[in-house]
Design a protein around this ligand. Sequence first.
Ligand code: NAD
Length: 297
Amino acid sequence: MTTIIDGNEIGDQITDGVAACTDTLISEDVTPGLATVLMSDDGASETYVSMKQQACEEIGIEGFHHEINADEPAETLFSTIDELNGDPAVHGILVQMPVPDHVNKRDVLERIDPMKDVDGFHPENVGRLVAGNARYKPCTPHGIQKILAETGVETEGKDAVVVGRSDIVGKPMANLLIQYGTGGNATTTVCHSRTADLAEKTRNADIVIAAAGVPEMIDGSMLSEGTTVVDVGINRVDADTEKGYELVGDVEFESAKTKADAITPVPGGVGPLTIAMLMYNTAKAASLQSGIDITLP
Ligand code: NAD
């Protein structure tokens, strides 16, 4: 029997734990605050930001939201970040990516105070993660670690294949998998667009984590029996639906399911964890900045 991993259920458990942390902080007169900044007209980005703000509201984190016209100069975004860096009510800052082409993404990530960088993308936080001393683990890979742990999938000594080498998913995921300790100790291969024979790599994997952004590129023929499959992809493909599209992952679910021991669906797999881990990092940020201890889930 293949386990279809319920990301909503795992995400809800973590969110409950973070809500309890938030209550502890509020009882000590510290309300965790998360500021989101959107500089884009992209509909998907707007949806992601509003989902993050809604999650804040549900668990008692104070949400602050700033919108900047996509044609404004980069300086407008930088001065907004500077203000948020200096605002003691704001413990976490998230600039929704992608930013417009005339804004240098690296400059944005480096402008955010590393203590408030709840995405974990500032070079200081990336360095700490690689060094094995993470402050804020990036939300999607951290959520995947939680999924594997909750599903009872041991990573130690296993062969893991990460498909994709982006700064937000692929690279931090691989880094987490090779760390010492729980959720790590995996022998990890990172595949990408120049990988010569992807199927040969995925067929030899115990765990496949697909984060390429290519609709249904991994099918059952590329997997061995008993593999754990985590599908990070969220791809809009044309479909005869009210919206004119549907969401599919990077994995061809029906054929992959026949081989997998456990598999995440799209939607309802990794996505809910990404938001739950953002709430987790925001509570952690408030704890680190206030010195109040909390027990994170
Ligand atoms: P990205 O475009 O920044 O990176 C994609 C990576 O995949 C690149 O490193 C590229 O080398 C690799 N790649 C592309 N085509 C490939 C191929 N044919 N074979 C092997 N590797 C290939 O994307 P990203 O930001 O890492 O996101 C990946 C996917 O995950 C997207 O669909 C995105 O929407 C989704 N995503 C989902 C969540 C979530 O919460 N579920 C969070 C972040 C990203």
